[in-house]
Design a protein. Structure first.
Length: 368
């Protein structure tokens, strides 16, 4: 929601020594009732808001350049020299704000006294008002048509016209005959409805040296965020590293246990992988170890049949467990008989029909 502050013409028109403590202003927010009061009251109401400032036409002068000869937008200095003959003061003492080029390739200009404008902005800032933009009231009439509106005790003339005027009632009657016949007098709408709704295309006077400084990046917040992110990442890496180290230690301990199970006569005098590789290269295999018994089971019992091994698992307190499939229950019985003949303590259980095959669990008991 926009916050609007309108400086009254009677207090801010021509006096360079405006008493801000007594100056009357109008202030409101979008779609709210206009309040009339002192600047201090407006500052209290808009303490945490960006303020759209409207100054009276009497503080500024309106100029329109001749059609510009090329499409390239000229610099401020070139535009100032183009209208220098129409200015009463030295260029260095004036502040010029430029609007967009119109259909006839002309540039509209607002001219105000630089030092007075600076003093006004500093005084408003000292009251705690954050001025986001500054517009002139006569520049805020609807652009679709030539129009006039009675505002703040006098007449504003502009809109689609090539001029901007602020006239008393008497002066307006005197020049009305010279204005276009299609000039529309806007109804006496509330001040906020007239200016808030019609001022979007008005020229912002905060240009050049008065342009608001770009907000500096919040380096402190950025550094804190980066520090927290780095700390979280470091903590995650440390936690993951600790987890992987514990898992590696667990797997190594399990490998040692399996090694001792397969090679009960060997002692761990060197690194486990090196020791295992050396035993394999020497052809060392436990003659009566678990692997030898498994190889014996495969050669003497399972290899002589059409049984398929689906899964092989070593159980520390149960021995080898093999999930097998056979062509029939009779073949499972033959498998059990071959185990007895080979002096292997096997059991066949959990047999069930699965399609055209029979699935069962073959267990080679641990007797070592």
């Amino acid at each position: 929601m926009n916050s609007w502050l309108y400086l009254s013409a009677e207090d801010f028109a021509r006096s360079d020594a405006t008493d801000l403590a007594r100056a009357c202003v109008h202030f409101w927010q979008d779609d709210t009732t206009v309040c009339r009061g002192l600047l201090e009251e407006a500052a209290a109401a808009f303490q945490h808001s960006a303020v759209q400032l409207i100054v009276p036409m009497e503080m500024c002068s309106w100029l329109l350049t001749e059609p510009w000869p090329n499409k390239r937008r000229p610099g401020l200095q070139a535009l100032a020299f183009a209208v220098e003959e129409q200015l009463a003061d030295d260029l260095d003492a004036l502040h010029i704000a430029v609007g967009p080029m119109d259909a006839q390739r002309r540039y509209p200009l607002w001219v105000t006294h630089k030092q007075r404008f600076t003093t006004l902005l500093n005084q408003l800032q000292a009251l705690g008002l954050h001025i986001a933009c500054v517009r002139v009231d006569a520049d805020m009439l609807p652009r679709e048509q030539a129009c006039a509106a009675r505002c703040n005790g006098r007449w504003l003339v502009g809109g689609a016209l090539d001029l901007r005027l602020a006239l008393s009632d008497h002066d307006f009657k005197a020049v009305k005959a010279e204005l276009p016949v299609d000039l529309i007098e806007l109804p006496g709408d509330p001040l906020n409805m007239l200016l808030s709704a019609s001022g979007r295309e008005a020229i912002n006077l905060l240009q050049g040296p008065f342009r608001p400084a770009a907000h500096a990046l919040p380096w402190r917040d950025i550094c804190v965020s980066l520090g927290l992110t780095f700390a979280l990442a470091l903590g995650f890496i440390h936690g993951r590293s600790s987890y992987l180290e514990s898992q590696a230690a667990r797997l190594y301990a399990l490998s040692e246990e399996r090694f001792k199970m397969l090679y009960p006569g060997e002692t761990g005098t060197q690194e486990l992988s090196t020791q295992l590789r050396g035993l394999q290269q020497r052809g060392a295999a436990p003659a009566d170890g678990h692997m030898a018994r498994l190889a014996h089971l495969t050669e003497q019992v399972i290899g002589a049949s059409s049984v398929d091994v689906q899964r092989l698992e070593w159980r520390e307190h149960g021995g080898w467990a093999l999930t097998i499939t056979a062509s029939s229950f009779a073949e499972l019985e033959q498998l059990r008989e071959r185990g007895e003949q080979s002096a292997l303590p096997i059991t066949v259980g959990n047999a069930r029909q699965q399609g055209n095959r029979v699935q069962a669990l073959l267990t080679l008991e641990d007797v070592l």
